[in-house]
Ligand binder design. Sequence first.
Ligand code: F6P
Length: 363
Amino acid sequence: MAQLPKTIGILTSGGDCAGLNAAIRAVVSRAVQGYGWRVLGIRHGTMGLLRRPLEFETLDLRIATGNILRLGGTILGTTNRGDPFAFPMPDGSLRDRSAEVIAGLRELGIDTLIGIGGDGSFAILRRLAQQGGIKLVGIPKTIDNDVGATENSIGYHTAVMVAAEALDRLQPTAASHDRVMVLEVMGRDAGHIALAAGIAGGADVILIPEIPYGLEQVAAHIEKVRLQGRNFALVVVAEAVKDRGGQPVQQQHSGGGVTYGGIGHRLGDALARLTGAETRVTVLGHVQRGGQPTWSDRMIASAFGVHAVDLIAAGKSDCMVAWQNRGVVDVPLGEAVAAPQQVDPDSALVRTARGLGICLGDD
Ligand code: F6P
């Protein structure tokens, strides 16, 4: 009897971002053309493995055209809720449903999984893989760029481009109205987007969670800019920055989830009071996650997808593809999830910001 081709599974997990489809396309291209394998795309992260019938689709070379390379979002769908080890049940309790996920993978004949996710998703997938004896290769994605051991995660460049473009658009209107413009950007626990976009977009102030700030220092800097003869200022604040009372500003959603968001308005009010300047606030939100991926996100995603498949072919597991020194390498998954990669306050980019005279809130 003819042997069935090897079957690998792929899923996207956690918040979406631009470039996920480019990675899916690369995995399918390499696995099907390079090795003759079958690729099953699981829908909505591990949710597709919890539902019965199982939610999946066979991904063949029809998706390996250039079309999905350009598309934002993920054709597979994703979720950042529903940890199978602590799954929220309708009665409010949490149930361990990991065995159902593993049974789903077995039913599909998947013994090797490519998970495209961030550190939270990797921690869950790793546990599932260990429990179920599944081989796992991770591809890092998150606009926050806080996955360890990789210089870049898919989606980061696109998010920074969107945030920098927002500053390009805010600057002329700020100058026309003599205003202080506050731009709140995403970054759950890390200030990478704020720092990079703020430098690229000509910000006067950049506030990130890694560097505690003082409102008085920020107000004094805006005053200094005014005294130097400039009639506007641009302030970028990462959503996870704490308010004056030391609390993160969060939103409770009707579905039960809690997300960051709101520090921009608190800051805008406080700066208006302290400086007397007219202040307006823009919260960029999910605009940073959607839209067409930049060339670099497409390129990195493509390199990640091909390398992930080659790693499987080489018999590797429990590893993650990573971008280091201008190329793609692989690192142990444990290393990648050990600690989130936050902004190093002594890094070259922080020094660049200070060298440009940008206020980081601490001086
Ligand atoms: O982790 C990615 C991210 O976009 C964060 O920057 C943000 O805090 C969070 O996800 C938003 O999550 P949600 O899509 O649930 O609102």
